[in-house]
Write a protein that binds this ligand. Sequence first.
Ligand SMILES: [Zn+2]
Length: 211
Amino acid sequence: MPVPADLARSFTISLPAWVEEELADVPAVLATRQDRMALVHRLAGRNFREGDGGPFAAVVVDTDSGELVSVGVNVVLSTGISSGHAEVTALGLAQVGTGSWDLGAGGARRELVVNWRPCAQCYGATLWSGVRTLVVAGSGPELEEITGFDEGPVREDWAEQFQARGIDVVTDVLREEALEVYRAYATHVAATGAVVYNARADTGGDTGSDG
Ligand SMILES: [Zn+2]
């Protein structure tokens, strides 16, 4: 059977152009977990205002040196790809940048820093990425309550499952600052009628996928 000419062959998840501008004054080394999370919050806060996706960002950093390996933001709206969450974007770009599907290759100790516990999709993406540590701002119900996003079915023992696979979990890094970004997002949506993208775009409902 001939392959239809309009059958898609590839897809691309790329960073919005404004990210370059945000990174211009960021030091090459982010020494503390707070430094790393502060950058995440800054990117998340700008991302939804730019209209690229939800209020989510992530970075991959070399745990010991603090060297920035990659950054990601949620690009579901700008790419039209539902899996374009911040974690998937940051992990994929880190793997392109390092040239390996395993971010732990050669004994590297890299961490994913993200502004809330990963959703059902990004939970798996993080597990298989090779990072050695996951750093989150928080993990409670507040994200869903404030923003209306749906995290999906994430296990109660999510952190233990990471640890069982050699991935340390660090929680509550700049937690209140994360909630401030979500509240600003909720205010933005209420004020502008901005799209809260949906897992089913034609329902017009107010739930979407996180990340
Ligand atoms: Zn996600």
